[in-house]
Ligand binder design. Structure first.
Ligand SMILES: Nc1nc2c(c(=O)[nH]1)N[C@H]1C(S)=C(S)[C@@H](COP(=O)(O)OP(=O)(O)OC[C@H]3O[C@@H](n4cnc5c(=O)[nH]c(N)nc54)[C@H](O)[C@@H]3O)O[C@H]1N2
Ligand SMILES: Nc1nc2c(c(=O)[nH]1)N[C@H]1C(S)=C(S)[C@@H](COP(=O)(O)OP(=O)(O)OC[C@H]3O[C@@H](n4cnc5c(=O)[nH]c(N)nc54)[C@H](O)[C@@H]3O)O[C@H]1N2
Ligand code: SF4
Ligand SMILES: [Mo]
Length: 763
């Protein structure tokens, strides 16, 4: 494995925090921001963050409140850190690449690479060289175009994106890929909420969440499942606080007692900073990883039994009759449940689950929120289907204060899908493209992220263009993925900052630096804005405010338009030049291709933006039967053999996906180290492993390959029994490429069976 920091022996452990986001959080954000840039740029970014006509936070996809009720400091510690990581005053110049060979850069840590600052000019690593060197934009794009035109089939090319990309560039990227001839549009969703989309499409006929912020504020009961909002969606805590003040309750389901789930001190209120804060979870279910399907099966059985005991009082028969199919078979299967199996799978007692049932029975409106703890499990899709059934039993879909709430990650990951970044986009979308642009897009599905790696490995794919992400670190089975990338003839990345995907590269490699969301974007003398869609389907504008990191940066829109013109020729019927010069022209086309975007330019001028309708909320279920589906899911869980643990790979408080900002995880009490593995003290005792021992994590999989992540410090931690937690991406090496969720093909990053061995260096 390349590029990891030396194991840190400076590890300091303090007690895990029992509350999140108070005064220290604000101080931490400022500290990081000021380490990156000047007080002036810090102030400029922060004053403009999440304001009307300001910068949409490039952090997570949590929605902004209505502008009329939005305080000036409507951002969180991590949003502030994240935008200032982009606004940094540090620069990477040609001199930097003269000093450091690619092999040398590959030895550096992910942290180090990111800390070098913003990329400022296009560079190329030629096949006979170990150095990146400057190249002009025209030459770089000519070379890319030539390579694309020389492939035997358009399907040898892969176009990867992360959800950082704005709507306008995303629309152009998919349009370009399809006009070129491929649906190979793998994206970070494949590793993120794909399981949510798969499960909801099947059962509800739409892949998106159904609730609004207002629903959350007025819900009687909110489940927060497999999600760590204190770190990953901090402003969600404000919404939960509001729901609690309105009399709502929260049930948290997690193997770890995450600080943000316990208590919240609102940094925007004096009372929040100085007082005790608000208790968030009324009930905390410390579940074993992978136990959620069993939990919701148990809850569904308890609801059916409650209905048996008092017919006509528990289930919403009218909803079930009018809007759903599959209830009889679902109910029959539900009654087969064994409580012993439920206990083994969840680690929870029947009494705990009955207590949750009582809360459900006392609630007229229930919302289920979830994130990676569910989606990155082998049976993640089945679990989410089961949760949909759970909500439908009492008609908790499509009414105020109720519904499904997959909490998205990247700020525009949902929008990118809406814009057609999807290897399996619906036929209706392809037909719209054809009507609008007059060419027939390829009809067969493209490759998702995991299949793209397989295609690179066996030579079916030879060209990789990555936009706004870090494919090599985001994907599983790092050694295998790295080999796949190195086998490409050409890899190119449109990026703001240096990362591992630039050092683990193809024979020829290009880095194309671009404007970030905070940078001012001027085309033909006119300032442009871009748009994004948040987790609750609100579409709104984002205006860059800062002086760009360098005069030679091009916007993503400009790079993609220029590349498309070179590859497709000047008379392909798509006005690429006009698109580059005026983003309104792109939005006009979006309004004619993408459903519910009519009159896009006018509607997005409203600082609040507009909300895309979710058909589910008007009883319109776009499944084959036209009804919502009660599914029958086989009982599955993660059964680790004796001596093994179920490892989940998660985020620390001080990282943004593949990029660590520091070696701290303050809320969990971990300081100065990232190569740590958190395990319950009782499990450590059973395994005969001492707290702070230096171990290797060894994953076992039925392909017989032994995957090993070396030199992790053991930390005794109040994790669920039988489980372990360690950070991503250091642990991606342990996730086998073929270990994926059923249906969604999402890597099982939260369910890896491992054993702990004394570190190889010490044996
Ligand atoms: N600061 C910051 N914010 C971010 C990101 C970031 O890296 N840094 N990343 C963004 C992105 S792209 C995403 S997708 C989101 C991710 O947001 P989260 O999903 O909150 O991210 P993870 O850190 O992966 O945490 C998963 C949570 O699920 C729990 N969990 C693990 N396995 C299970 C299980 O089997 N069952 C249950 N019930 N729980 C389980 C873990 O203990 C943990 O609390 O955050 C977004 N926001
Ligand atoms: N083991 C394990 N693996 C996981 C996960 C996990 O929980 N466990 N989580 C998965 C999830 S949920 C996700 S979303 C993926 C994340 O995977 P990615 O989205 O691929 O990774 P990021 O770390 O967000 O990408 C960071 C890079 O994006 C570039 N960038 C940042 N801003 C911009 C911009 O405005 N424009 C452009 N062009 N480039 C920009 C910078 O160069 C930066 O280095 O990882 C997945 N992998
Ligand atoms: S909650 Fe998410 S979108 Fe909001 S400020 Fe924090 S990181 Fe940004
Ligand atoms: Mo994500």
């Amino acid at each position: 494995m390349s590029g990891l920091e030396d194991p840190s022996d400076d590890l300091k452990v303090t007690a895990p925090k029992k509350w999140a986001t108070g005064a220290p959080a604000v101080a931490h954000a400022l500290q990081y921001s000021l380490s990156q840039t000047s007080p002036r740029r810090t102030a400029l970014t922060l004053l403009n963050l999440n304001q009307g006509k300001g910068i949409d936070c490039p952090g997570c996809a949590w929605p902004d409140p209505d502008p009329k009720h939005r305080p000036m400091n409507e951002y969180c510690e991590n949003g502030a850190k994240h935008v200032n990581d982009e606004a940094t005053s540090k620069r990477i110049t040609a001199e930097f690449f003269r000093q450091h060979s690619v092999s040398e850069l590959d030895e550096k840590s992910d942290y180090w690479l990111n800390q070098q600052g913003r990329l400022t000019e296009p560079v190329i690593k030629r096949s006979d060289s170990d150095f990146y060197e400057p190249i002009g934009w025209d030459d770089a794009l000519d070379l890319l175009a030539e390579e694309l035109r020389s492939l035997d089939s358009p399907n040898e090319a892969l176009f990867y994106t992360s959800g950082r990309l704005n709507n306008e560039a995303a629309f152009l990227l998919q349009l370009f890929a399809r006009a070129y001839g491929t649906n190979n549009l793998p994206d970070c969703s494949n590793m993120c909420h794909e399981s949510s989309g798969s499960a909801m499409m099947e059962t509800l006929g739409t892949g998106k969440g159904s609730v609004s912020l207002d629903d959350l504020h007025h819900s009687d009961l909110i489940f927060v499942i497999g999600q760590n909002p204190g770190t990953n969606h901090p402003r969600m805590l404000t919404a939960l606080e509001r729901a609690k003040h309105n009399g709502g309750e929260v049930v948290a389901v997690n193997p770890l007692p995450e600080a943000g789930l316990m208590r919240f001190k609102n940094p925007q209120k004096v009372r929040g900073v100085l007082g005790k804060g608000t208790t968030i979870a009324d009930q905390f279910l410390q579940i074993r990883p992978g136990g959620d399907l069993a939990l919701f099966k148990a809850l569904n059985l308890l609801l059916l039994e409650a209905e048996d005991a008092a017919p006509g009082t528990v289930l919403d028969h009218e909803f079930i009759r009018a809007h759903t199919t599959g209830f009889e078979e679902f109910a029959r299967q539900a009654r087969e449940l064994s409580w012993d199996a439920v206990h083994a799978a969840t680690g929870l007692t029947r009494e705990e689950i009955e207590q949750v049932r009582d809360r459900v029975l006392a609630s007229n409106s229930v919302i289920a929120c979830w994130a990676m703890g569910l989606t990155q499990q082998k049976h993640g899709v089945a679990t989410i289907r089961e949760i949909v059934s759970f909500l439908m039993l009492r008609g908790n879909i499509g009414k105020p204060g109720a519904g499904v709430c997959p909490v998205r990650g990247h700020s525009n990951v949902q929008g990118d899908r809406t814009m057609g970044i999807w290897e399996r986009v619906p036929q209706s979308f392809l037909d719209s493209i054809e009507r609008e642009f007059g060419f027939t897009p390829p009809q067969e599905h493209g490759w998702d992220s995991v299949d793209s790696i397989r295609a690179m490995l066996d030579g079916r794919a030879r060209f990789f263009l990555g936009v706004a992400g870090n494919f090599v670190r985001a994907t599983p089975d790092s050694e295998v993925t790295e080999k796949a990338m190195r086998q490409c003839r050409l890899t190119a990345h449109i990026s703001t900052k240096l990362n591992r995907s630039h050092t683990v590269c193809g024979e020829t490699a290009l880095i194309l630096p671009t404007l970030g969301r905070s940078d001012r974007d001027v085309q033909r003398g006119v300032e442009q804005f871009v748009t994004v869609e948040d987790s609750m389907s609100m579409v709104h504008a984002s205006y860059g405010r800062l002086e760009p990191a360098s005069g030679s940066l091009l916007s993503e829109v400009a790079i993609l338009s220029r590349l498309a013109r070179r590859v497709l020729g000047e008379d392909d019927g798509i006005p690429w030049e006009e698109f580059e010069g005026d983003y309104d022209a792109i939005r006009d086309r979006i309004s004619r291709v993408v459903p519910d975007f009519e009159d896009f330019n006018r509607r997005v001028a409203d600082p609040a933006g507009f909300r895309l309708p979710n058909p589910v909320n008007s009883g319109d279920f776009r499944t084959d039967s036209g009804k919502a589906v009660f599914s029958s899911n086989d009982f599955e869980w993660l059964d680790a053999p004796d001596g093994y643990l179920v490892l989940q790979s998660l985020r620390s408080h001080d990282q943004w996906n593949t990029i660590p900002y520091a070696n701290d995880d303050r809320y969990r009490g971990i300081h100065n180290a990232r190569r740590v593995v958190m395990v319950n003290p009782a499990d450590l005792e059973e395994l005969g492993i001492a707290d702070r021992a230096l171990v290797d994590l060894v994953s076992v999989w039925h392909d017989g390959v032994e995957r090993r992540a070396t030199d992790f410090r053991v930390v005794a931690y109040p994790a669920a029994r039988g489980s372990a937690a360690a950070y991503y991406p250091e642990t991606n090496v342990l996730v086998p490429l073929d270990s994926v969720a059923d249906t969604s093909n999402t890597p099982t990053s939260k369910g890896v069976i491992v054993r702990l061995e004394p570190a190889s260096g010490q044996r």
